[in-house]
Design a protein around this ligand. Structure first.
Ligand code: PGA
Length: 257
């Protein structure tokens, strides 16, 4: 397993933008990126409608596209679902899975194992698996235990990650969309634990590349505190990814050194 991956900055647009606004935001981000060097990777997660066009037409080598969610099934009679195969054919490279909003509003905790199994066994997409504690769990000192359970459940149907690239996004639920977040020191402690858990779970079948990124109210004013540590491989950004200027400032200035 590589010790650290190229830093990765992910914009999760959620259900905030209409089709045209998504294309326009992507255009601005593309312009801002092409003028810069390529010391890190940017991943944009629009909703499914603009995703198709953006991903198919993408020519920028350091911008990648992905979906905000995945089906637990590979393909077939599953009304309302989008298959991984379809996403791959559009050129998508990443897939977000287990975001706390999906766990909270769509009862996803129960199908995490199927979703991860589908991604790992049936596709080449790189999963960005979200984990994190809520405020009550944090106050009770349960952060590590909660994350361990989430990881064990998510990977319960998978025996090997050999050859794969895996991103885990540590997102304390209480920090998402609230303006609150944790110190880099605290994030690093949790990120190291997550790495240890993956090493313990997969021993001889570790992923080829593995990184833990941080998410939760990251913005232009606070992103620098997460910068510079190889234990923080990148950022998952919600609200601030909707403003091209802010997102570009973060994306173009987030490196290890
Ligand atoms: P936020 O969202 O940056 O608005 O807190 C982060 C996320 O939900 O991934």
């Amino acid at each position: 397993m590589k010790n650290f991956i190229r830093p990765i900055i992910i914009g999760n647009w959620k259900m905030n933008l209409d089709y045209k606004s998504s294309l326009s935001l992507a255009k601005k981000i593309n312009l801002g990126r092409s003028q810069k060097g390529i010391k890190n990777d940017v991943v944009l997660l629009p909703d499914f409608l603009p995703l198709a066009e953006l991903s198919l037409k993408n020519k920028n080598k350091n911008i990648f596209y992905g979906a905000q969610d995945t089906s637990p099934f590979s393909s077939g009679p599953y009304t309302g679902e989008v298959s991984l195969e379809n996403l791959e054919k559009l050129g998508c490279k990443y897939i977000l899975v287990g975001h706390s909003e999906r766990r909270q509003y769509f009862s996803e905790d129960k199908i995490m194992a199927l979703k991860m199994e589908n991604i790992i066994k049936n596709s080449k997409l790189i999963p960005i698996l979200c984990v994190g504690e809520n405020l009550k769990q944090r106050k009770n000192g349960q952060t590590v235990a909660v994350i361990k359970k989430q990881l064990q459940e998510a990977f319960s149907k998978i025996k090997s990650l050999s050859g794969k690239k895996i991103i885990i996004a540590y997102e304390p639920i209480w920090a998402i969309g609230t303006g609150k977040n944790i110190s880099a020191k605290e994030a690093i402690v949790v990120h190291k634990k997550i790495k240890e858990m993956i090493v313990a779970m997969f021993k001889n079948n570790l992923p080829r590349e593995f990184g833990v990124i941080y998410g939760g109210s990251v913005n232009v004013n606070n992103f620098k505190k997460f910068k510079g540590s190889e234990d923080i491989s990148g950022l998952l950004i919600g609200s601030s990814s909707l403003r091209a200027k802010d997102f570009l400032k973060i994306a173009n200035n987030f490196f290890y050194v």
